[in-house]
Design a protein around this ligand. Structure first.
Ligand SMILES: Cc1cc2nc3c(=O)[nH]c(=O)nc-3n(C[C@H](O)[C@H](O)[C@H](O)COP(=O)(O)O)c2cc1C
Ligand SMILES: [Fe+2]
Ligand SMILES: [Fe+2]
Length: 398
């Protein structure tokens, strides 16, 4: 059983989920996920910060009791109401009957709706409020839309510990280590980008707002609700979030295509070879029928270039390309060096449909629309060569 004292009187009591195959029913969890929960013990009062998912409630309670079986718990601070962090609270209230829930006005509304908990039973805090635990002061920062309207963060001033909710979280269960200096966290970094792009990506502006507010705080530990506790890598993790929320990407290209019979795929293979000859050194190719969108989005948030290719399908796009483009629009992805290609047999609409779908995004679109009729020809190869040249130049421009 993992419990850990992160720093004196701040404990980890979260749980690992290695059996849920898709987070939110959508995003694959090849390495599982952790639901992080913490205990902060002051001289006079004790608080639990964040809860766990419903089926993990008894494990969390056992861990809290494992710290000190006679411990009286006074508060449950809910930084985020999403059920992966609150599913277990009814059991928690049963185990610790004196527990008072701490949240903001928006938390209160959701507690009533999800769990029938009345406002009178909640301590409602406002931005900047504090609760004194005796030698440990909890200070609350409202951080709306990171990632729901009620989200907030809790900071322990004396210990310089930030309980950040979903922010700075990542997929991947904790395999024995809790704090980043206890284990190799290298596989958690791509999982952080995947988590950000899948879950938080739409909320780049609220992330920037939160980062500017937190900028003045000295932070020794970031305790998020998923993944490792950050200590040695606090600065690195803040800078990853800063870059992701500003959509500042690495030099490289993601090519996303759909193909039924291989003709569109042929164009993509040709284009990728030409991009390589033009000096592009990082090219990720995803066949949208085989790569899970979760990983495609991760790569879109990693690299500056994006090329989308689709056959015409019933007067529209290949359905999975349509769905992928909608995901980009939903997240308001911008700042891409972008190109598109299409194929058809009797009336091609792919390239122009792609252009219409992304017109609200601030892409720098490179080259003419390419619409290949039937099989690949020397003319298409020439078009791909020209596009690759222009695309590589645009990528290297700044
Ligand atoms: C189900 C289906 C629907 C299609 N709809 C259209 C269409 O509306 N207009 C068109 O010009 N071609 C249409 N096509 C032809 C494809 O766009 C064309 O064969 C293209 O080369 C397929 O590319 P692929 O080999 O990469 O799958 C359709 C093909 C299929 C199988
Ligand atoms: Fe969440
Ligand atoms: Fe979460």
């Amino acid at each position: 059983m993992i419990t850990a004292e992160i720093t004196k009187d701040v404990f980890y009591v979260g749980t690992n989920d290695r059996t849920t195959t898709r987070f939110e029913g959508i995003w694959p969890l090849p390495y599982g996920v952790s639901y992080n929960s913490y205990v902060v013990k002051g001289e006079s009062k004790t608080a639990i910060i964040d809860g766990v998912e419903l089926s993990h409630a008894f494990e969390q309670i056992a861990k809290i009791k494992h710290i000190d079986d006679a411990m009286k718990v006074d508060y449950l601070v809910i930084n985020h109401m999403e059920p992966d962090h609150t599913g277990g609270i009814v059991a928690l209230l049963h185990a610790f009957p004196n527990l008072k829930i701490v949240g903001n006005a928006k938390t209160a509304d959701m507690l009533k709706g999800y769990y029938g908990i009345d406002k009178e039973d909640i301590i409602t805090i406002a931005d900047g409020d504090t609760i004194d635990l005796g030698g440990m002061t909890l200070k609350f920062f409202l951080t709306p839309m990171l990632h729901w309207p009620e989200t907030m963060m809790t900071y322990v001033e004396e210990k310089k510990v930030l309980f950040s909710g979903d922010a700075f979280g990542c997929f991947g269960a904790l395999n024995g280590g809790v704090v980043d200096n206890e284990f190799d966290v290298s596989y958690h970094f791509p999982e952080m980008t995947r988590y950000y792009s899948n879950i938080v990506g739409k909320y780049g502006a609220p992330v920037q707002k939160a980062l500017s507010r937190l900028g003045s705080l000295p932070i020794e530990y970031i305790c998020s609700t998923h993944g490792p506790v950050w200590h040695e890598k606090v600065a690195e993790v803040i800078s990853i979030y800063d870059r992701l929320s500003r959509e500042e990407c690495e030099n490289g290209v993601v090519i996303v295509y759909g193909s039924m019979y291989g003709n569109t795929a042929q164009m993509v293979e040709t284009l990728a070879r030409q991009l390589t000859l033009e000096g592009v050194r990082k090219i990720c190719i995803h066949d949208v029928s085989y790569s899970d969108e979760s990983y495609i989005l991760r790569d879109v948030y990693t690299y500056k270039g994006l090329i989308v290719a689709s056959p015409t399908y019933n007067g529209n796009l290949f359905p999975k390309i349509d769905s992928f483009l909608k995901s980009l629009v939903l997240r308001g992805v911008s700042k891409k060096v972008f190109a598109r290609l299409g194929s058809y047999t009797w009336a091609g609409v792919s390239s122009k449909t792609i252009d219409t779908m992304v017109e609200k995004l601030k892409f720098e679109t490179i080259g003419q629309q390419i619409e290949m009729k039937q099989g690949i020809s020397s003319c298409t190869i020439e078009q791909c060569r020209n596009l690759a040249k222009e695309f590589a130049e645009a990528l290297n421009r700044e």
